[in-house]
Design a protein around this ligand. Structure first.
Ligand code: TYD
Length: 209
């Protein structure tokens, strides 16, 4: 039986590396696995990713950002995730609508004033996903200082380049959003990579047939 699993969390939480290792492990157990990322993993999604993450884009209105991220998600769910799940493939996705709730709803770039109504974002999400919803969302929680150190190894995108106060709000936003989402579980990711991977495997193992 296929599963749709999501890794979430602030920039620098390690979700890409953990997702790759999780896919390798699932493949080794004999599962067919597909690794996708949001925004991206479709032609339209990758074009929108380019636009959304490039520092050259400048500031966007949170409502414009939410719609563009959601457009990328709509293509990904309909064209890639739904067919894969139907065909018995387990999908490991980096990010989902929880990121939209946090980045555009709870902690928008320009401070609290532009925060979008979370109920509106959830309504939009319901239209984007229809019945195709993740079985589990693992929110990798790391202290902002550790996430910043991990981010330093790479060139920052529009979101990563924002100041420390912003990253504190994002972390708190993820914890708040996770508390309100039945599919979400918080995974302490301040531990070294192998410990976090072991926690994820234990959690995913419970969902496997
Ligand atoms: P990410 O894929 O984590 O990029 P990288 O692997 O290079 O770190 O994230 C892309 C950025 O987009 C990240 O800063 C969070 C942001 N984002 C939103 O603001 N809203 C969304 O709905 C999504 C999916 C991502």
């Amino acid at each position: 039986m296929s599963r749709y699993l999501v890794l979430e969390g602030p920039d620098g939480c390690g979700k890409s590396t953990q997702a790759r290792a999780l896919c390798e492990w699932l493949g080794g157990l004999g599962h067919r696995v597909l690794h996708v990322r949001e925004p991206g993993s479709t032609p339209v999604g990758e074009a929108l990713r380019q636009l959304l993450l490039s520092p050259r884009t400048g500031e966007l209105q949170p409502v414009a950002e939410a719609l563009l991220f959601s457009a990328a998600r709509a293509q990904l769910v309909a064209d890639v995730i739904a067919p894969a799940v139907r065909a018995g493939t387990t999908v490991v996705a980096e990010r989902c609508w929880l990121s939209t709730v946090v980045y555009q709803g709870i902690a928008p770039g320009r401070g609290g004033g532009d925060a979008l109504d979370v109920e509106w974002l959830l309504d939009l999400t319901r239209r984007v996903h229809g019945p195709v919803l993740p079985d589990a969302i693992f929110v990798l929680d790391v202290p902002p200082a550790l996430a910043a150190a991990r981010r330093q190894a790479r060139a920052g995108d529009r979101f990563e380049a924002r100041g420390d106060g912003y990253h504190d709000r994002v972390r708190a936003g993820f914890l708040r959003a996770a508390a309100g989402e039945v599919r979400a579980a918080v995974v302490d990711s301040a531990w070294p990579f192998p410990s976090v991977q072991a926690s994820l495997r234990a959690l995913v193992g419970r969902l496997l047939p």
